[in-house]
Design a protein around this ligand. Sequence first.
Ligand SMILES: Nc1ncnc2c1ncn2[C@@H]1O[C@H](COP(=O)(O)OP(=O)(O)O)[C@@H](O)[C@H]1O
Ligand SMILES: [Mg+2]
Length: 352
Amino acid sequence: MRKSRLALLTGNRGFFGQTRKPWVSMDVAKMVRVFEAAGLKPEVMPFHAVVNGVADVRDAVVFYAFSQKPNLRQYIIDTIRFLDNGTNFIVPRYDLLLCHENKGYQELFKRRLGIESLASFFFSGADDLSGYPVPFPVVLKSVDTSNGEGVFLVRNEAELVKRIRGLERQSLATRLDLFRRKYLRRKKQHPYYPDYDNRTDCLQYRDYIRKERNFILQEFAPGLTWDWRVQAMAGKYYVIRRRTFKNDFRASGTKLHEFSREADPALLDFADGIFRKMDAPFLSMDIGKTAKGYCLFEFQALHFGVNSVIKSPGYHSRDGSAWRFTEARSEIETEIASGLVRYLDGREPDRG
Ligand SMILES: Nc1ncnc2c1ncn2[C@@H]1O[C@H](COP(=O)(O)OP(=O)(O)O)[C@@H](O)[C@H]1O
Ligand SMILES: [Mg+2]
């Protein structure tokens, strides 16, 4: 699925995250050299040039950078939606952009692709819960956090509501302002609103400014002392086993990593199955295990952490019906660019 053009969309000053940290860019010139060696003609351009009509992108493969900064994230989403017009081939596709750092849409997209994994619910506030048969214990995740920060195990409904309220907690300044509105304001009269009363107004205002957070509830995979991060790079699979802290079910954010030269073929089969359904060149998967087999906690198709690739002693790949480990030191720009080329070469042109 090669198009004549390859548009590489970057942030300002050619920024293409991420490497060591989200604020450190990849070396785009290095990627360009790999694309050129593969016979492609990459055109590097910033998002703003596309948005403002300076660059005209059509009939192109569009491969794009990402940013976690809220304004840039929205700018990128707007730009990619604009380019997703039937002439361009967006990599990774728009749905996967929406999945990024949005565990709620991830659950919807998994359902659309028929990926059966852990049962889940997706809500926009605690008030929506009533009437749904939530099985406890359950894992609560705010949709937009990482490193295990918004992930909690909750054992009953009271604990769940308390946690959700905790996610909505207002700043000290706002809490002081609410106190002032409730107790310290002079009694006021509004001639056109005779029912006005300071206390009612304050309570209505408090509900109005409540910082509701979207969240998912995901079936709990009990008893795990580690999970697996499997990073798929167009046919290469890098595997890390991540241990949890003692007395904590979360492996993300602990930094207790082991690279696996040996991996359970069933784990690789599971990761490979998910990867193929997602139809992307790259996919980072957080995987656990239940009595029923492997399960997917979350995934990212872009702007993933790169340590799993560059610190790994090598990668797994399919060898007929078996799996083979290849010793290799990998450089992220080369893996990204050559992975994209492999993906495009292996792809039929009829993505639905
Ligand atoms: N449904 C679950 N059952 C058991 N453990 C889970 C579940 N979901 C997540 N975890 C654990 O919590 C960690 C963080 O969850 P994850 O969904 O990956 O969010 P984050 O974006 O914070 O990394 C995972 O690495 C895993 O160890
Ligand atoms: Mg994770």
